[in-house]
Write a protein that binds this ligand. Structure first.
Ligand code: GDP
Ligand code: MG
Length: 175
């Protein structure tokens, strides 16, 4: 909850990335603390809110999840409009999703707000034995594109809160 005198920042956050990379699972882990092995790909609320309190500000996230439109490899401009933060997700066990994450980043750079805080997220870290994308490859691409990088697992919850705290901190610095 907001402390007296503490700033409140309301921020729209959008998720991008191929179908099946775990976007909905990341959001459900963050917002509800839940994970489903058989996450239904297209059904579910497309909009969630969550509040994070930092020492310097209280951040109210309005999180927009896709409802399966990413299947067509593009999202409507209204999806990005007004977004203060974007999370581009790939799956460490699928090189194809990393290749396409790069295209999602390009699309963001074309359509999104230029001051947007952007995170590149390598999800399914628990599938390390099937890893096809090395940590360094993600890190390097993120650096080249002014994004921060994190490896996560929606399944084990590893780095999920850390991801959203890092975004909140950057929002507090920027706004
Ligand atoms: P979306 O299409 O990007 O929204 O992906 P979903 O959240 O629907 O997840 C697709 C599938 O991957 C589902 O079967 C999830 O249970 C699974 N999944 C999501 N995150 C993880 C993870 O971190 N580890 C593993 N092993 N599976 C995951
Ligand atoms: Mg989804």
């Amino acid at each position: 909850m907001a402390r007296p005198g503490n700033r409140i920042i309301q921020a729209k956050l959008v998720l991008l990335g191929d179908m099946g990379t775990g976007k909905t699972s990341l959001v459900l882990r963050f917002v509800k603390g839940q994970f489903f092995d058989h996450q239904e790909p297209t059904i579910g609320a497309a909009f969630f809110t969550q509040i994070l309190s930092l020492a310097e500000a209280t951040v109210k996230f309005d999180i927009w999840d896709t409802a399966g439109q990413e299947r067509y490899h593009s999202l409507a401009p209204m999806y990005y409009r007004g977004a203060a933060a974007a999370v581009v997700v790939y799956d460490i066990s699928s090189i194809d999703t990393f290749v396409r994450a790069k295209r999602w980043v390009q699309e963001l750079q074309r359509q999104g707000n230029p001051n947007m805080i952007m995170a590149l997220v390598a999800n399914k870290l628990d599938l390390d034995s099937k890893r096809e994308v090395q940590n360094e490859e993600g890190e390097q691409f993120a650096q080249e594109n002014g994004m921060f990088f994190m490896e996560t697992s929606a399944k084990t919850a590893e780095n999920i809160n850390e991801l959203f705290y890092e975004i909140a901190k950057r929002l507090a610095r920027a706004y």
